[in-house]
Design a protein around this ligand. Structure first.
Ligand code: KIV
Ligand code: NA
Length: 265
C-alpha cells in the first residue's frame, strides 16, 4: 500500500474525503489498525492513562513515549504515525520543542509530531516545521493544561469562540499540516473548518470537521470507567477479555485445560 503522507491530508480536505485516526501504543494494535485502513495513528500521551496507569497526561515523559512510538511506527506499512509531545517537552521555547521533535523523528520512525496549544505554541510549531518535521496542532480542550483551564471542560463556547478561531489561525500560520479540535461545540468546529485551509480533526468536535480521531481503548471498550459522551464504542474488549479470563480459570480448575492437543508427547 502507498504510504499516507501530509499531502493525503490536504487532498482529503479539498476532495471532502474524511480522514480517520486512532491512538495506538503498541505493535499489535498498530498492525491491525494499519491493515484496516486507518489513515493515521497517534501515539498519544493518553498512554499515561491507558498504558502507564496515571490519572492524567501530566507525568508522561519523552522517554516513556519513545519505545511505544517506535513500536507503532515499526508496525505500519500505510498509516501516518504521529508522535505526541508530552507536557514539559516544548513549553520552554522553540529550541526545546525542536529538540524533542528531533528525538522523536530520529529515535522512533514517526512521520510527524503533535503538540498542544494555538497562539501560545505558534513559535514552537514554526521552528519544528522549519526543520522539515510535519506538525499536527491540537486546540480546544488541551489535557496538558487541565488545571489552567479549570477542569475537563468544553472549549470554544460563547466568548471562547474568538480564542478558538485565533488559535486555529495561529496553528495554520505557523505551518502545521492539520489540527486536532478537542471537545468543542460542533458549530464552532464547523466555523474553524471553513475558516482555515488545513484539515481539522475532531475528537469530540462533531461531524463537520475534515476527519475524526478517537482514543482506541475508549472506542474498543477496553477502558473501564467513565467514557466521554463523544465516544462511540465499537467493541466490548473489556467484556471479551473478562469472560475469557474467567473461562480459563474455570478450565484450569476443572482440568479441561490443557487437553491432549495442547500437550507434548
Ligand atoms: O493523547 C491523545 O490521545 C490525544 C488525542 C485525544 C487528541 O492527544
Ligand atoms: Na495527547
Amino acid at each position: 500500500p502507498k504510504r499516507v503522507r501530509t499531502r493525503h491530508f490536504q487532498n482529503a480536505k479539498r476532495e471532502g474525503i474524511k480522514i480517520t485516526g486512532l491512538t495506538s501504543y503498541d505493535m499489535l494494535t498498530a498492525r491491525i489498525f494499519d491493515e484496516a485502513g486507518i489513515d493515521f495513528l497517534l501515539v498519544g500521551d493518553s498512554a499515561g492513562n491507558n498504558v502507564l496507569g496515571y490519572d492524567t497526561t501530566l507525568p508522561v515523559t519523552v522517554d516513556d513515549l519513545i519505545p511505544l512510538t517506535r513500536a507503532v511506527a515499526g508496525a505500519v506499512r500505510r498509516a501516518f504515525v504521529v508522535a505526541d509531545m508530552p507536557f514539559g517537552s516544548y513549553e520552554n521555547g522553540p529550541e526545546d520543542a525542536l529538540h524533542t521533535a528531533v528525538r522523536f523523528m530520529k529515535e522512533t520512525g514517526a512521520h510527524a509530531v503533535k503538540l498542544e496549544g494555538g497562539e501560545r505554541s505558534r513559535k514552537q510549531i514554526h521552528r519544528i516545521v522549519q526543520a522539515g518535521i510535519p506538525v499536527m496542532g491540537h486546540i480546544g480542550y488541551t489535557p496538558q493544561s487541565e488545571h489552567g483551564l479549570g477542569g475537563h471542560l468544553i472549549q470554544g463556547r460563547g466568548e471562547g469562540l474568538d480564542q478558538l478561531l485565533a488559535d486555529a489561525v495561529a496553528v495554520e500560520d505557523a505551518g502545521a499540516f492539520a489540527v486536532v479540535l478537542e471537545m468543542v461545540p460542533a458549530d464552532a468546529a464547523k466555523l474553524v473548518t471553513e475558516r482555515i485551509g488545513i484539515p481539522t480533526i475532531s475528537v469530540g468536535a462533531g461531524p463537520h470537521t475534515d476527519g475524526q480521531l478517537l482514543v482506541w481503548t475508549d472506542w474498543a471498550g477496553l477502558t473501564t470507567g467513565r467514557i466521554p459522551k463523544f465516544v462511540k464504542q465499537y467493541a466490548d474488549l473489556a467484556g471479551i477479555l473478562s469472560s475469557a479470563a474467567r473461562e480459563w480459570v474455570a478450565d484450569v480448575d476443572s482440568g479441561a485445560y490443557p487437553g491432549p492437543e495442547h500437550s507434548y508427547e
